[in-house]
Write a protein that binds this ligand. Structure first.
Ligand SMILES: [Zn+2]
Length: 342
């Protein structure tokens, strides 16, 4: 997609004005001017291909292999120029967890050393930089299981796609650096084992609880809706005004349509890392493909890269830049609309 939307044009007006002031004569009739940065399909494709590859062995948080994926994400954050929280050097939020499987509640707990990956971009506005928007997604999946020939659960859609969105957005916002509010980028470990990573971070934030404006989570954004529509589902529209902010900000030219959940999809608000933050009283949503709740390869070894639609996914990530613009710029602040909040 060519980025030609309203918000993109607004963003490039400043540099042109500044340039004209300096050069005076040189740019009286600016022709086609490239936006300062774009999220390209090629970048999205490269991240998703790597994160869902067999080399990462299904990103099992309880295996040694997990560090490979986590080092990759941390390296992307470092290369993009994100800042580290002092508490999380190397972008790593390390913690140990005593795990008891849900199916065996009387088992002796096993202690695992786990880590979320987290970095931030400081806001450009002296006052608004103390307010934060958190973009998150879980990076783990189910690992290697069973004796079948293909026993690697690649978790391409679930949730290498969401992880890719967080990385691509971090790279984009670091490049344009027009965010007046500060932006946190976090990928969570062990979501599939019971939201372990997100619960840990939500309860141990490196900022004050009153500083987090909202948390936006990504889950399974790798395939269009079952009917082929370029729809993106917003979960929890009854809980806050986030959906209204998103709807109003969506570019008229965007190929993506924002939709609320159908009746059978409402419960999925409680199915991902957003709910760990919701439980701590924060305003949250999960953005997912409408296909995600009914996908035939969900939690199967053939949740593979080749079944993803990188064009759809790239358009979705670019649409997220549009719909979050009022949050990032500090023009809009969501409020809870649910009786009694949490
Ligand atoms: Zn997932």
């Amino acid at each position: 997609m060519e980025v030609s939307g309203q918000h993109s044009r607004l963003r490039i007006r400043w540099p042109i004005t500044a340039l004209c002031a300096v050069l005076m004569t040189a740019c009286s009739a600016p022709a086609t001017i490239e936006p300062p940065a774009q999220i390209s399909n090629e970048t999205v494709d490269a991240h998703i291909l790597y994160l869902s590859s067999d080399a990462l062995k299904g990103r099992d948080p309880f295996s040694e292999d997990m560090a490979v994926a986590e080092d990759y994400i941390a390296e992307q954050f470092r290369a993009a120029g994100l800042s580290e929280f002092a508490e999380f050097p190397g972008f790593k939020n390390e913690f140990s967890f005593e795990y008891i499987p849900r199916r065996d509640p009387d088992a002796v707990p096993t202690t695992y050393d786990l880590q979320n990956i987290i970095g931030y971009i400081e806001g450009t506005d002296p006052a608004l930089k103390d307010e934060y928007i958190l973009f998150g997604a879980h990076h783990d999946h189910l690992g290697v299981r069973g004796e079948e020939e293909d026993n690697i659960y690649n978790g391409a859609d679930d949730n290498a796609t969401g992880t890719t969105a967080v990385i691509a957005l971090a790279q984009y916002f670091a490049k344009v650096h027009n965010n007046k509010r500060s932006l946190i980028f976090a990928t969570f470990t062990a979501e599939e084992r019971g939201l372990i990573g997100s619960r840990h971070l939500a309860a141990n934030l490196p900022i004050g609880a009153d500083q987090l404006v909202c948390m936006i989570n990504f889950e399974m954004i790798g395939k269009p809706a079952a009917d082929g529509s370029w729809n993106l589902m917003y979960l929890g529209p009854e809980k806050s005004t986030l959906d209204e902010i998103f709807m109003e900000a969506l570019d008229d030219d965007s190929p993506v349509t924002l939709v609320g959940p159908e009746e059978h999809q409402v419960r999925y608000f409680n199915g991902s890392d957003n709910v760990a933050f919701y439980a701590e009283g924060f305003i949250t949503t999960t953005l997912a493909s409408p296909n995600s709740t009914d996908d035939e390869y969900y939690h199967r070894p053939n949740d593979h890269y080749e079944f993803l639609n990188v064009d759809y996914m790239s358009d979705v990530i670019r649409a997220v830049v549009d719909i979050t613009e009022p949050l990032v710029s500090g023009e809009a602040t969501p409020v809870k609309t649910e009786e009694g909040g949490i």
